[in-house]
Design a protein around this ligand. Structure first.
Ligand SMILES: NC(=O)c1ccc[n+]([C@@H]2O[C@H](COP(=O)([O-])OP(=O)(O)OC[C@H]3O[C@@H](n4cnc5c(N)ncnc54)[C@H](OP(=O)(O)O)[C@@H]3O)[C@@H](O)[C@H]2O)c1
Length: 232
Protein backbone atom coordinates (compact mmCIF):
# COMPACT_ATOMS: atom_id res chain seq x y z
CA UNK A 1 0.00 0.00 0.00
CA UNK A 2 1.40 3.40 -0.96
CA UNK A 3 -1.08 5.63 0.85
CA UNK A 4 -0.68 6.33 4.56
CA UNK A 5 -2.91 4.01 6.58
CA UNK A 6 -4.90 4.78 9.72
CA UNK A 7 -6.53 2.24 12.03
CA UNK A 8 -9.51 3.81 13.81
CA UNK A 9 -11.50 1.89 16.40
CA UNK A 10 -15.19 2.54 16.92
CA UNK A 11 -15.78 4.17 13.54
CA UNK A 12 -19.37 3.10 12.80
CA UNK A 13 -20.84 6.29 14.30
CA UNK A 14 -20.05 9.32 16.41
CA UNK A 15 -16.57 10.77 16.66
CA UNK A 16 -14.83 7.71 15.17
CA UNK A 17 -16.89 7.86 12.00
CA UNK A 18 -16.30 11.61 11.64
CA UNK A 19 -12.56 11.16 12.19
CA UNK A 20 -12.46 8.39 9.60
CA UNK A 21 -14.10 10.68 7.03
CA UNK A 22 -11.67 13.48 7.86
CA UNK A 23 -8.62 11.24 7.56
CA UNK A 24 -9.89 9.79 4.26
CA UNK A 25 -10.10 13.35 2.94
CA UNK A 26 -6.45 13.78 3.99
CA UNK A 27 -5.47 10.78 1.87
CA UNK A 28 -5.41 7.99 4.44
CA UNK A 29 -6.49 4.47 3.65
CA UNK A 30 -8.56 3.22 6.58
CA UNK A 31 -8.98 0.17 8.74
CA UNK A 32 -12.09 0.57 10.91
CA UNK A 33 -14.01 -1.50 13.42
CA UNK A 34 -17.10 -1.65 15.63
CA UNK A 35 -19.05 -4.53 17.12
CA UNK A 36 -22.24 -4.05 15.06
CA UNK A 37 -21.28 -5.39 11.61
CA UNK A 38 -24.23 -3.87 9.75
CA UNK A 39 -23.62 -0.38 11.12
CA UNK A 40 -19.90 -0.71 10.39
CA UNK A 41 -20.52 -1.80 6.80
CA UNK A 42 -22.88 1.13 6.30
CA UNK A 43 -20.22 3.52 7.59
CA UNK A 44 -17.56 1.92 5.38
CA UNK A 45 -19.82 2.26 2.33
CA UNK A 46 -20.28 5.96 3.06
CA UNK A 47 -16.52 6.45 3.47
CA UNK A 48 -15.48 4.77 0.21
CA UNK A 49 -16.58 7.56 -2.16
CA UNK A 50 -13.65 9.56 -0.72
CA UNK A 51 -11.59 7.27 -2.99
CA UNK A 52 -9.58 5.61 -0.28
CA UNK A 53 -9.26 1.92 0.57
CA UNK A 54 -11.54 1.16 3.54
CA UNK A 55 -11.17 -2.17 5.33
CA UNK A 56 -14.00 -2.82 7.80
CA UNK A 57 -13.55 -5.60 10.36
CA UNK A 58 -16.35 -6.02 12.87
CA UNK A 59 -15.46 -7.13 16.37
CA UNK A 60 -14.86 -6.11 19.96
CA UNK A 61 -11.62 -4.31 20.87
CA UNK A 62 -11.55 -6.26 24.12
CA UNK A 63 -11.07 -9.49 22.09
CA UNK A 64 -7.36 -10.28 21.51
CA UNK A 65 -8.04 -12.13 18.24
CA UNK A 66 -9.97 -9.17 16.87
CA UNK A 67 -7.12 -6.82 17.80
CA UNK A 68 -4.67 -9.05 15.91
CA UNK A 69 -6.94 -9.08 12.86
CA UNK A 70 -7.03 -5.28 12.84
CA UNK A 71 -3.26 -4.91 12.84
CA UNK A 72 -2.79 -7.78 10.37
CA UNK A 73 -5.10 -5.91 7.97
CA UNK A 74 -2.52 -3.13 7.76
CA UNK A 75 -0.40 -5.50 5.69
CA UNK A 76 2.94 -4.04 6.76
CA UNK A 77 2.21 -0.29 6.73
CA UNK A 78 0.51 1.62 9.52
CA UNK A 79 0.94 5.36 10.06
CA UNK A 80 -1.73 6.18 12.63
CA UNK A 81 -3.62 4.31 15.34
CA UNK A 82 -6.68 6.08 16.74
CA UNK A 83 -7.95 4.43 19.92
CA UNK A 84 -11.43 5.93 19.84
CA UNK A 85 -13.77 3.04 20.75
CA UNK A 86 -14.88 3.25 24.33
CA UNK A 87 -17.72 2.77 26.74
CA UNK A 88 -19.42 5.08 29.18
CA UNK A 89 -19.93 2.18 31.59
CA UNK A 90 -23.07 2.02 33.70
CA UNK A 91 -25.93 4.33 32.63
CA UNK A 92 -27.47 6.23 34.35
CA UNK A 93 -24.08 7.13 35.80
CA UNK A 94 -23.84 5.73 39.35
CA UNK A 95 -21.87 7.18 42.25
CA UNK A 96 -18.67 5.26 42.96
CA UNK A 97 -20.25 4.08 46.22
CA UNK A 98 -22.80 2.13 44.18
CA UNK A 99 -20.82 1.32 41.03
CA UNK A 100 -21.35 -2.35 40.03
CA UNK A 101 -17.84 -3.78 40.10
CA UNK A 102 -18.39 -5.98 37.04
CA UNK A 103 -19.36 -2.89 35.01
CA UNK A 104 -16.36 -0.99 36.38
CA UNK A 105 -14.07 -3.82 35.26
CA UNK A 106 -15.71 -3.86 31.80
CA UNK A 107 -15.19 -0.10 31.46
CA UNK A 108 -11.49 -0.46 32.28
CA UNK A 109 -11.20 -3.40 29.85
CA UNK A 110 -12.64 -1.39 26.94
CA UNK A 111 -11.23 2.06 27.80
CA UNK A 112 -7.75 1.16 29.12
CA UNK A 113 -6.63 -2.44 28.55
CA UNK A 114 -7.87 -2.74 24.96
CA UNK A 115 -6.21 0.46 23.66
CA UNK A 116 -2.92 -0.38 25.40
CA UNK A 117 -3.00 -3.93 24.02
CA UNK A 118 -3.83 -2.72 20.50
CA UNK A 119 -1.00 -0.20 20.73
CA UNK A 120 1.41 -2.98 21.71
CA UNK A 121 0.52 -4.87 18.53
CA UNK A 122 0.71 -1.77 16.34
CA UNK A 123 3.97 -0.36 17.68
CA UNK A 124 6.38 -2.27 15.42
CA UNK A 125 4.63 -0.86 12.33
CA UNK A 126 4.30 2.61 13.86
CA UNK A 127 8.01 2.70 14.77
CA UNK A 128 8.89 1.69 11.22
CA UNK A 129 6.71 4.43 9.68
CA UNK A 130 7.51 7.12 12.24
CA UNK A 131 3.79 7.04 12.90
CA UNK A 132 1.48 8.18 15.68
CA UNK A 133 -1.00 7.04 18.30
CA UNK A 134 -4.05 9.18 19.10
CA UNK A 135 -5.91 8.16 22.24
CA UNK A 136 -9.32 9.76 22.68
CA UNK A 137 -9.83 10.67 26.33
CA UNK A 138 -12.11 13.13 28.12
CA UNK A 139 -12.26 16.05 30.49
CA UNK A 140 -13.74 13.49 32.91
CA UNK A 141 -10.16 12.18 33.21
CA UNK A 142 -9.08 15.34 35.00
CA UNK A 143 -12.27 16.89 36.45
CA UNK A 144 -14.25 15.48 39.40
CA UNK A 145 -17.78 15.23 38.01
CA UNK A 146 -20.15 13.38 40.35
CA UNK A 147 -21.24 10.13 38.67
CA UNK A 148 -18.30 10.04 36.26
CA UNK A 149 -15.90 8.14 38.57
CA UNK A 150 -15.82 4.85 36.66
CA UNK A 151 -15.48 6.34 33.18
CA UNK A 152 -13.25 9.16 34.43
CA UNK A 153 -10.87 6.86 36.30
CA UNK A 154 -10.52 4.68 33.21
CA UNK A 155 -9.83 7.71 30.98
CA UNK A 156 -7.32 9.01 33.56
CA UNK A 157 -5.52 5.66 33.37
CA UNK A 158 -5.47 5.88 29.58
CA UNK A 159 -4.06 9.41 29.83
CA UNK A 160 -1.18 8.35 32.09
CA UNK A 161 -0.46 5.28 29.93
CA UNK A 162 -0.26 7.68 26.96
CA UNK A 163 2.04 9.99 28.90
CA UNK A 164 4.45 7.17 29.70
CA UNK A 165 4.25 5.77 26.16
CA UNK A 166 5.26 9.18 24.83
CA UNK A 167 8.35 9.10 27.07
CA UNK A 168 9.25 5.59 25.95
CA UNK A 169 8.55 5.74 22.19
CA UNK A 170 10.54 8.65 20.87
CA UNK A 171 10.14 7.66 17.20
CA UNK A 172 6.36 7.73 17.50
CA UNK A 173 4.08 10.68 18.25
CA UNK A 174 1.65 9.96 21.10
CA UNK A 175 -1.30 12.32 21.52
CA UNK A 176 -4.07 11.99 24.07
CA UNK A 177 -6.92 14.32 23.46
CA UNK A 178 -10.20 15.51 24.94
CA UNK A 179 -12.71 16.13 22.14
CA UNK A 180 -15.14 18.09 24.35
CA UNK A 181 -18.86 17.38 24.65
CA UNK A 182 -20.28 15.98 21.41
CA UNK A 183 -23.76 15.10 20.16
CA UNK A 184 -23.37 11.29 20.07
CA UNK A 185 -25.01 8.13 21.37
CA UNK A 186 -22.50 7.93 24.23
CA UNK A 187 -23.22 11.48 25.30
CA UNK A 188 -26.97 10.79 25.18
CA UNK A 189 -26.43 7.73 27.41
CA UNK A 190 -24.72 10.01 29.93
CA UNK A 191 -27.73 12.33 29.94
CA UNK A 192 -30.69 9.96 29.46
CA UNK A 193 -33.89 11.68 28.46
CA UNK A 194 -32.21 15.09 28.12
CA UNK A 195 -32.13 17.18 24.97
CA UNK A 196 -28.46 17.23 23.87
CA UNK A 197 -29.14 18.95 20.53
CA UNK A 198 -27.11 21.99 21.67
CA UNK A 199 -23.88 19.92 21.80
CA UNK A 200 -21.52 20.27 18.81
CA UNK A 201 -21.48 17.63 16.10
CA UNK A 202 -18.53 15.20 16.00
CA UNK A 203 -17.58 16.62 12.58
CA UNK A 204 -16.98 20.03 14.17
CA UNK A 205 -13.87 18.82 16.05
CA UNK A 206 -12.33 16.82 13.20
CA UNK A 207 -10.18 19.78 12.01
CA UNK A 208 -8.53 19.78 15.45
CA UNK A 209 -7.45 16.16 15.11
CA UNK A 210 -6.43 16.62 11.48
CA UNK A 211 -4.11 19.40 12.70
CA UNK A 212 -2.40 17.01 15.11
CA UNK A 213 -1.74 14.60 12.26
CA UNK A 214 -0.85 16.93 9.40
CA UNK A 215 1.31 19.28 11.50
CA UNK A 216 2.75 16.35 13.47
CA UNK A 217 2.44 18.31 16.69
CA UNK A 218 4.59 17.20 19.64
CA UNK A 219 3.46 14.28 21.78
CA UNK A 220 1.24 15.39 24.64
CA UNK A 221 -2.25 16.11 25.94
CA UNK A 222 -4.53 18.24 23.79
CA UNK A 223 -8.05 19.66 23.93
CA UNK A 224 -9.81 19.84 20.60
CA UNK A 225 -11.17 23.30 21.43
CA UNK A 226 -7.60 24.63 21.75
CA UNK A 227 -6.62 23.31 18.32
CA UNK A 228 -9.56 24.83 16.46
CA UNK A 229 -9.53 28.29 14.91
CA UNK A 230 -11.13 30.91 17.15
CA UNK A 231 -14.56 31.95 15.84
CA UNK A 232 -16.30 35.14 16.92
N1 LIG B 1 -19.43 12.21 23.00
C1 LIG B 1 -18.79 12.95 23.90
O1 LIG B 1 -19.31 13.96 24.40
C2 LIG B 1 -17.38 12.56 24.30
C3 LIG B 1 -16.70 13.43 25.18
C4 LIG B 1 -15.40 13.09 25.56
C5 LIG B 1 -14.83 11.93 25.07
N2 LIG B 1 -15.51 11.11 24.24
C6 LIG B 1 -14.84 9.89 23.75
O2 LIG B 1 -14.92 9.86 22.33
C7 LIG B 1 -14.86 8.50 21.88
C8 LIG B 1 -16.01 8.24 20.92
O3 LIG B 1 -17.22 8.43 21.62
P1 LIG B 1 -18.61 8.74 20.88
O4 LIG B 1 -19.28 9.75 21.72
O5 LIG B 1 -18.40 8.96 19.44
O6 LIG B 1 -19.37 7.33 21.16
P2 LIG B 1 -20.48 6.54 20.30
O7 LIG B 1 -21.26 7.46 19.45
O8 LIG B 1 -21.16 5.68 21.30
O9 LIG B 1 -19.60 5.63 19.31
C9 LIG B 1 -18.74 4.65 19.84
C10 LIG B 1 -18.17 3.84 18.70
O10 LIG B 1 -17.30 2.84 19.26
C11 LIG B 1 -17.80 1.53 18.94
N3 LIG B 1 -17.49 0.67 20.07
C12 LIG B 1 -17.92 0.80 21.35
N4 LIG B 1 -17.42 -0.19 22.10
C13 LIG B 1 -16.65 -0.95 21.27
C14 LIG B 1 -15.89 -2.12 21.45
N5 LIG B 1 -15.82 -2.72 22.66
N6 LIG B 1 -15.23 -2.65 20.40
C15 LIG B 1 -15.29 -2.05 19.19
N7 LIG B 1 -16.00 -0.94 18.95
C16 LIG B 1 -16.69 -0.41 19.98
C17 LIG B 1 -19.29 1.74 18.65
O11 LIG B 1 -19.86 0.74 17.82
P3 LIG B 1 -20.50 -0.63 18.44
O12 LIG B 1 -21.37 -0.20 19.57
O13 LIG B 1 -21.23 -1.25 17.29
O14 LIG B 1 -19.34 -1.44 18.89
C18 LIG B 1 -19.23 3.07 17.91
O15 LIG B 1 -18.78 2.90 16.59
C19 LIG B 1 -14.91 7.64 23.15
O16 LIG B 1 -13.61 7.23 23.51
C20 LIG B 1 -15.47 8.60 24.19
O17 LIG B 1 -15.09 8.22 25.50
C21 LIG B 1 -16.78 11.40 23.82
Amino acid sequence: MNNPTALITGASRGLGRALAAGLAREGFDLIIDARDAAALDAAAGALRPAGRLVTAISGDVTDPMHRSALVDAAGGRLDLLVNNAGTLGASPLPALADYPVAELRAAFEANVIAPIALTQLALPLLRASGGAVLNITSDAAVEAYAGWGGYGAAKAALEQASNVLAAEELAVRVWWADPGDLRTDMHQAAFPGEDISDRPSPASVVPAFVRLVTERLPSGRYRASHLLPVTS
